[in-house]
Ligand binder design. Sequence first.
Ligand SMILES: [Zn+2]
Length: 241
Amino acid sequence: MNVKRTLSLILLMLIVGLGAREANTQTPTATTPCRIGQQAPAIGFWTWAANSQVKVYIVSNDFKAEIPFLLQALENWNGASDATGSGVKFVYAGDTRGSLSCENCLTVMRGPVFDKANRHLTELKAFSARHDQIINYASITIDPKLTNPKAILDAVAHELGHNFGLLDCFTCKKKSTLMNQFKAVNVPNDMAVPTACDIAQVRQAYRELKIRVRPSPPPRNLIDEGEEPVDDDTPIVIPKP
Ligand SMILES: [Zn+2]
């Protein structure tokens, strides 16, 4: 083996070594971009006003051991508040008997909402005084069919995503977003914390809010999976309970 050949062999080994090291140290988020419909949900849905403190009331008669799981979903989004730039914080305000319409109030309760078509066992209702995407008050209703506490945690984390501007993304890859579809009733999907792509999209939603506020979103069943909603002039007004 001559000197020249030995040198080029060492060089080749160095390049291969470096390449391997680089691949190992890269995080999934650095190699995987947040493509809408693939890893990331589209934005343009309801949003709490930036930096608002949302008072959360729970109809405690409807729940027993599930309450800590409801609070965990709120905490998980509180933990992402700085990263998303929303500044929104949920504060547990106690018990209520029914849906409340106070400013920046969120009620969590039970009620029949099961929809075979999209398998949603939870429902978010939002009210906007100005008929735009900014929520004045909202409620999350959990179907009595949903009993597994871990599945409730995942479902509430998903619904909360809807009030940070995120739409459903049923075409998104598994584990890439909270906004994916649930495969079966009462089977947790182990997705309760906003993902890197969820955070990136909420960040974008709140950046966009500073530039323009969209009209109230159309009812969710009119929105195709993974698609950007078409702006609709018809405001959705949820009547007071
Ligand atoms: Zn959804």
